[in-house]
Ligand binder design. Structure first.
Ligand code: ZN
Length: 441
């Protein structure tokens, strides 16, 4: 007999990372077709990374389907090993599919300036008045709330939470493989099929059978490499800085009562910081690019310059700095002001840090669930106690600070100021006495 909860025929998406994404449940199919989910096609997974790695143009839609597919395969592996109700299985699948649904365009730059968190929008889209909410409620009025709790890591069943967010989860496994694939880098690969095959449910979380340890080591190293080689690439961060400054300038102008050549209608709620769910859902990258084009022709020289820089990829250069360089930064700010280059838009320290893997440190701010291995004896052992490779990077946070500035503006300054700034930036001098580009990238 035909089951109305299942599609009469399985739907299959072609996917370059997992080969195929399989959808049997009508609920999942309807969620994918909801307008709030389709919107993710118009938001790039890697934000400004495409300006460094031109292949990195894949969307959040693409990643979200991938996380769903990994979750579907994990549940398949768990079949017969653990009792999950139909509702719990759907909860896992929906949370996987929707975990990033609240992301907006260029989240990193946009959220900082307009002061909100995409996580709050994810919750609002799932629990508010949306198509997604109506579809989820077919499973019961409390179901959307449960999906939101799994994503927010507050849901009571910790096994389900850990499948979406832990140190080895469906989200990370998808984005590492997917981002490596689309950016075209050579690191970032690991044997996901082996990890999924050797993953077992255990009490409140998952364990990996010891024979899968090397595949897990590869995964940890891939994460480490991807963070430093792709996600924190200095040129990508330069593009983020420039875009942040564009939004900052637009906001400052708006607050000062500036009259824009073309009124930024769709951005007004953000500029005013009074954002409704409908305003948020109307925002995607095409809207941001539209205004960047408009601003390229604005009267205000700073907004015009910064918008052109982003569109035409005339990004800021950088030098290394340390957090102790306060003096240097204060000096440079003064010199920039003297030179007529506003340091609040043209001089920026960008810092980043990452902790590749950590074992359990109870009570600490960033308490992390460690990866556990299931030994042949049945004993459960934390990964870094068995793997020397993982042990060597466990608990070690790495920091990076860079100072961003427009080099060509500095080079165009009169001799004295140019010299003074170049000296402080440590930009090397050429034989003819002019400053040279720092060997970035
Ligand atoms: Zn994600």
């Amino acid at each position: 007999m035909h089951n109305p909860e299942l599609l009469s025929e399985e739907k299959v998406f072609k996917d370059p990372v997992h080969r195929y994404v399989h959808v049997r449940e009508r609920l999942i199919w309807d969620l994918i077709n909801a307008s709030e989910f389709q919107r993710l096609r118009r938001i790039k997974q890697l934000g400004t990374s495409y300006l460094t790695f031109h292949g990195g143009e894949h969307s959040r839609f693409n990643h979200s389907l991938g996380v769903y597919e990994i979750m579907r395969r994990i549940l398949e592996t768990f079949e017969g090993r653990i009792q999950l109700s139909r509702e719990e299985k759907l909860l896992c699948l929906c949370a996987a599919l929707l975990h990033d649904v609240g992301h907006g365009p260029f989240s990193h730059s946009f959220e900082k300036v307009f002061r909100f968190h995409h996580e709050d929008w994810t919750r609002a889209i799932i629990t508010g008045e949306t198509e997604i909410n109506r579809i989820l409620r077919r499973m019961g009025d409390g179901f959307p709330q449960k999906v939101a709790e799994v994503i927010a890591k507050t849901y009571e069943n910790k096994l389900i939470v850990s499948l979406i967010s832990s140190q080895i989860d469906a989200d990370r496994m998808d984005y590492l493989l997917r981002d490596a694939y689309y950016t075209g880098v050579n690191y970032g690969n690991f044997d996901i099929e082996r990890i999924l095959r050797l993953m077992r449910p255990h009490e409140d979380g998952i364990v990996i059978k010891f024979s899968g340890m090397h595949a897990v080591e590869d995964y940890i190293m891939s994460r480490y490499q991807m963070y430093w080689q792709v996600y924190f690439h200095p040129v990508t961060r330069s593009a983020e800085v420039v875009l942040r400054k564009v939004f900052q300038r637009a906001k400052d102008l708006f607050q000062a009562g500036y009259s824009f050549r073309v009124e930024p209608v769709q951005l007004l709620p953000f500029l005013r910081e009074e954002i409704t769910l409908a305003d948020y859902l109307a925002l995607d990258e095409s809207v941001v690019f539209y205004y960047l084009h408009q601003w390229k022709a604005e009267q205000d020289p700073i907004l015009k310059d910064l918008s052109s820089r982003f569109l035409d990829r005339k990004l800021f250069k950088y030098v290394e700095c340390t957090p102790k360089d306060f003096r240097l930064i204060a000096d440079l700010q003064k010199l920039f002001l003297e030179a007529g280059i506003d340091p609040s838009y043209y001089l920026e320290v960008d810092s980043t840090s990452d902790l590749p893997y950590d074992f359990y440190r109870p009570g600490e701010d960033e308490e992390r669930i460690p990866i556990m291995l299931l030994m042949p004896s049945g004993e459960i052992v934390e990964l870094s106690r068995k793997s020397e490779i993982v042990e060597s990077i466990s608990g070690k946070r790495r920091f990076d600070y860079k100072l961003y500035f427009p080099l060509e503006k500095v080079l165009a300054l009169p001799e004295g100021l140019r010299q003074a700034i170049c000296e402080r930036l440590g930009v090397v001098k050429d034989a003819d006495g002019s400053c040279q580009d720092h060997p970035s990238d």
